[in-house]
Ligand binder design. Structure first.
Ligand SMILES: [Zn+2]
Length: 396
């Protein structure tokens, strides 16, 4: 007995030591067995259009085939994006087609690494340990150029979600930036009659309605029209980080009623209000007075030093994995486990959370969720099952 008692501290110690690595191992196992669906990645505009081959191992950016697979990514929605000012003189729609073609070429050249899917059935058939299933999301209603025929054409080319607006409003839908007063002055908010027709058409075509980036009025107008569950493909929680790109609690409750899913965005400025405060301090409207305080003379050298100091301060203010998990927790507590997913926004964000540096780092989030007591089945829902339910309801 005495002998056993003397062993007890050793046994306890060894359990304590192995709990960390064991949890990490269990997390990795679960992570790689689960189907991971990320609903938003900008690597087409950030990497492919810059001439880089996503099938190679890249030093630049957040994504490439090898990092996708290290991160356990099974299905990736590739964002098709062109800004408020079109990339080429041929305009928004042309830019979208060009970008879809760049993904087509990638899939054609590397069928051993990337496959296309345009329906739930295809996702299930093509998901494979060694391949990434590519789906297409078009980020911004401006790319349809107010023409319903272009919605049909984009759907025929594989578009499986359309984000009704990006930061810029269209003639038929107002954006979160503009509705919040941070952009252009609006005479009307929400969806026009044409906007409602677009939503109905998307439902008919099996294209998911994406309500990230849209203003609150557009959000509620779209929910009133859609007959299918929607996604917020890359948004986080307003009550933790109150910025116009995030969803308020009332919106989350409406999303639950619709059966939709919010996919948490990793961008530090959508995750942490402390990071936002730092960004505003260094780079906000009072930028010049901050600079004047900081640098006694406005010389090129002082500007360069200031830029370096700003970059270091922002880097230091980056939130961590736990902060991202807090957003997931909030959604789960408010509207349940069936309505949250992941839409990291990799390659579309200038800063990343500490520990979630690129697409290879998703397993760490799974470890964090395990540590918080989520069950294996809950984690499978967060990683992909919830989004796949929405994919199935829209495009079986
Ligand atoms: Zn976006």
């Amino acid at each position: 007995m005495k002998f056993l008692r003397s062993l007890l501290p050793l046994v306890t110690l060894s359990i304590f030591i192995s709990a960390g690595p064991l949890a990490a191992q269990r997390g990795k196992g679960l992570h790689h067995r689960a189907l991971l669906v990320d609903t938003h990645n900008d690597c087409l505009s950030a990497q492919t259009l810059a001439g880089r081959d996503l099938a190679a191992s890249l030093k630049e950016g957040h994504s490439d085939y090898y990092r996708f697979k290290k991160g356990g990514v099974d299905v990736q929605f590739f964002s098709v994006f062109t800004g408020e000012t079109a990339r080429t003189s041929q305009g928004y729609y042309h830019d979208a087609i060009e970008e879809i073609d760049s993904l087509n070429r990638l899939v054609l050249r590397h069928p051993d690494k990337f496959n296309f899917a345009t329906s739930y059935k295809e996702v299930k058939r093509r998901a494979h340990r060694r391949r990434v299933v590519a789906m297409i999301g078009v980020e911004g209603g401006h790319m349809i150029e107010s023409d319903l025929k272009k919605v049909d054409s984009l759907a025929a080319r594989g578009m499986r979600y359309l984000t009704l607006t990006w930061n810029n409003s269209t003639e038929w839908a107002t954006s979160a930036r503009d509705e919040s007063g941070a952009g252009v002055l609006l005479t009307q908010k929400g969806l026009s009659e044409f906007g409602k027709t677009v939503v109905r058409r998307l439902n008919e075509l099996g294209v998911i309605v994406d309500l990230s980036h849209v203003g609150e009025q557009t959000f509620y107008d779209a929910l009133a029209v859609t007959t299918k569950p929607v996604l917020l493909t890359h948004s986080s929680v307003w009550s933790i980080c109150p910025v116009f790109r995030n969803a308020k609690d009332e919106q989350l409750l409406a999303l639950k009623k619709n059966g939709g899913v919010i996919c948490v965005n990793f961008y530090p400025a959508f995750i942490s209000k402390e990071f936002v405060a730092q960004q505003r301090y260094w780079n906000g409207p009072g930028k010049d007075s901050v600079f004047a305080l900081w640098a006694p003379s406005d010389t090129a050298k002082a500007r360069a030093q200031w830029q370096t100091a700003m970059a270091a301060a922002l880097d230091n203010a980056r939130p961590g994995i736990a902060d991202v998990a807090n957003h997931i927790d909030h959604v789960v507590k408010l509207i349940g486990i069936d309505h949250v997913g992941i839409g990291a926004d990799f390659d579309g964000i200038g800063f990343v959370p500490r520990g979630l540096e690129d697409v290879s780092s998703y397993p760490r989030l799974t470890e964090e969720l395990l540590r918080r007591g989520y069950s294996n089945s809950d984690i499978r829902k967060i990683l992909g099952k919830n989004v796949l339910r929405v994919v199935k309801a829209n495009c079986p």
